[in-house]
Design a protein around this ligand. Sequence first.
Ligand code: ATP
Length: 873
Amino acid sequence: MQIEKSPDPATGLTSAEAAQRLQIHGRNIVGETRVTPAWKIFLRQFTGLLVLLLIGAALVALAVGEWVDAAAIGMVVVLNGVLGFVQEWRAETALTALREMLVGRARVIRDGHPVDIDSRDIVPGDLVLLDAGDQVPADAKLQSALELRIDESVLTGESISVAKSDHDPSCDTVMMGTLAVAGRAEAVVTATGASTAFGKIATLTGSVGEKETNLSRQLGRLGAQLGIAALVLGAAIAVTGILAGRDALDMLMTGLSMAVAVVPEGLPAVVTISLALGAAAMVRQKALARRLQAMETLGSASVICTDKTGTLTENMMTGETLWIAGRRYAALGTGYDPAGRILLEGRPLRHGDDTDLSDALEVMVGCSHASLYHEDGKWHMVGDPTEGALLTFAYKGWTPVPTAAALSEIPFSSERKRMSMVRWQQDRLVQLAKGAPEQLLDVCSHWRGPNGPEPLTEAAHKTIAAAYGAMADRGLRVIALARSEVSDADAPEADMEFVGLVGMIDPPRPEVGQAIRACRSAGIRVIMITGDSPRTARAIADALGLPVDRAVTGTELETMDDDSLRTLLSQQVLFARTAPEHKMRLVKLLQSEGRIVAMTGDGVNDAPALKQADVGVAMGIRGTDVSKDAADLVLLDDNFATLERAIREGRRQFANIRRFVRYLLASNAGEVIAILINLALGGPLIYLPTQILWMNLVTDGVTALALGLEPATPDQMTEPPRPAKQGIMDWTAVGLILTFGAYTGSASLYLFYAFAAEGDAVARTAAFTGMVMFEKVSVFAFRSFTQPCWRLGWFSNPKLILALFLMIGAQIAAVYWTPLQTVLRTAPLGWDHWQMIALLCVPLLVVPEAIKSLRLLGARRRRVKDEADVTLT
Ligand code: ATP
């Protein structure tokens, strides 16, 4: 694609030019990169064991001349396929739409200002600014680059990043979709959308591979076991029956019914829908799951490793104090509004009034990429909040902004924790640097003492450390400033003069204290891992009510072996002045102790730790594209409190999945038990395959879905996290399922024989309707395994009540409405049938309620007694 006109490197395109080019070239969108094409999703619906079973069933029905059954089963197969397709398609589109929310923003120069725009509005000729962590928004040619390295693995598969340079024509271009992993650059866009290299490779998906989670493994295993059980049991019944000389047709149909009864046909749909609904609900709460099952894993998290800046704090920094050689300058004003003042002992001062102050202010504007602009009556900042705060501070002192670009830069990284730029100041070449005090002092040989530049002696170090400590103890974020005159632009950071310290407020987010308390009462440890200083971190932890016995720095951590680090991790500890690789080590160690770890991160180098963690959590606003790519969950508001809400949701989802899996299996158990006993008694077929499908797919499926919408129980966040290996099923669950199954199966069988004299059709309809009603009533028992409904509130899940009414209505239709009567082969029931069914329903409601109430009472008595014992002793 041709570039119309190169933009002026200083001003970029104008808005008018950009709009015009957008008209010509269209938006910067690469055609739909759907992970799976629609036809594949559709065909996939017809490959499962269940569908094969059903197709087999339809064929058997056809073979024995039961064409209504065969047609009904055939319809179920098609309907199931269509429904499955719609669900998967919607889940897929929903996820794609959600991912869309992440695709990005890009920084370009428009009308002379750096602005963040939707990357889809980029046009050829735009001047884009690239920083470490950014995804390259379009194909572009470098104008200037500083230590730029690009990860091109999406295009080339090569995992080692490549160096790029604006001087070397063989590597002066960057491609859309690749990632800047280090350095920074300015580049002119040469192609957008479908014309880019990325756009041309249609197979590129950029999708996240689905990590196999505990849940998917368990559901897969359960499905396979039930499928095999269905086949074996169905075939065994048919074959032994026929061999024993019973009517072959009857036996084939019984075998078929059995196979259909064993499999909870509604389960896969119910799981997908309920996870998708949960994920959609969480997006409204600002947490975006990049995989449907991420939330469920999060529900079992036992440790959260969180960074501080922006997650626990607001990341709205305001420079408050400037310390130079014992003098404290105070800055008035809030946010990025430069309309404040700088005071020394109550006296306002400006750049030029005081050499020390002027030098400090010059570092603040001269060693920065941030910029401020005024729009809609407010001041806005583009860039890093730390730099924005320093720039605002400098503006308050009327500091002139350098007009010429910096000659060179040694960029900031979380490992180095400092940065510097070389510029001309009048006729002198100076290097201006800022960073964490420890790291900046490493490259200083002098300091700005009370009487001008002095060597950095032991005593001077102590004076600076005391000032630094006092600021950090107040929870201020402290940045040190330094400068030196240099002879050339490539000068290393060495022999610099330390100028002073700036203390910035970054207030804790008000809602985080409560969220941390909620996590702690839910048995989840919160470990702060920050790049900031130990004393600042500790002060913020105190303000948030996060107990800390020890603050360990990254350097100390490096000297420890795994065993001592494990011992350390058993205490209340926070990690400060860490580099990203420390996060990785901590995640691995915590995982080796069997913990499920959630880890937050925002930088490029956080990606490996985010991938390693059981749940990697990236930041929607502050996070780099690389970190979002590696994460399972993205916090759209960067807020720790959102993470706590996501955990709550995850726990609710898992609890609900357990509820409906058990509920659906209990229903199946009832059907299987009735069929088996009936077989032993030698009676005619108790349920037809279509009736079983109706129960499993329609009446139970819908009810189970509503059960998946159960609200969180009050004890959800007071219980410790479930053990990593805890499954959906355990022996208690099997006992529960069999108990319910034994009752509902026998009760249904009783109805069958009680009304046998009225003919097969009526007796079968009574048994079938009875089973549907039993399954509806027993759902109340599955709402909680400990709390009776009178405590949960009978109507606290209105959707469940609605589902029950609808399904009872559907069953009435099944019994009295001719089209359904024909398909399901039912006969109308009379009052006596309904009365008997209602009577048999009563124990299903009363007994579980009574047992749970008695247990609750017992537990309360024991608690009172224990408390009394404690008081006595
Ligand atoms: P967290 O890890 O909790 O997000 P953080 O922002 O302090 O905290 P880093 O981004 O790794 O972590 O920064 C480490 C330190 O580097 C900061 O505490 C600060 O002293 C210094 N620093 C941060 N940003 C800059 C910058 N733009 N220029 C120079 N120094 C910086």
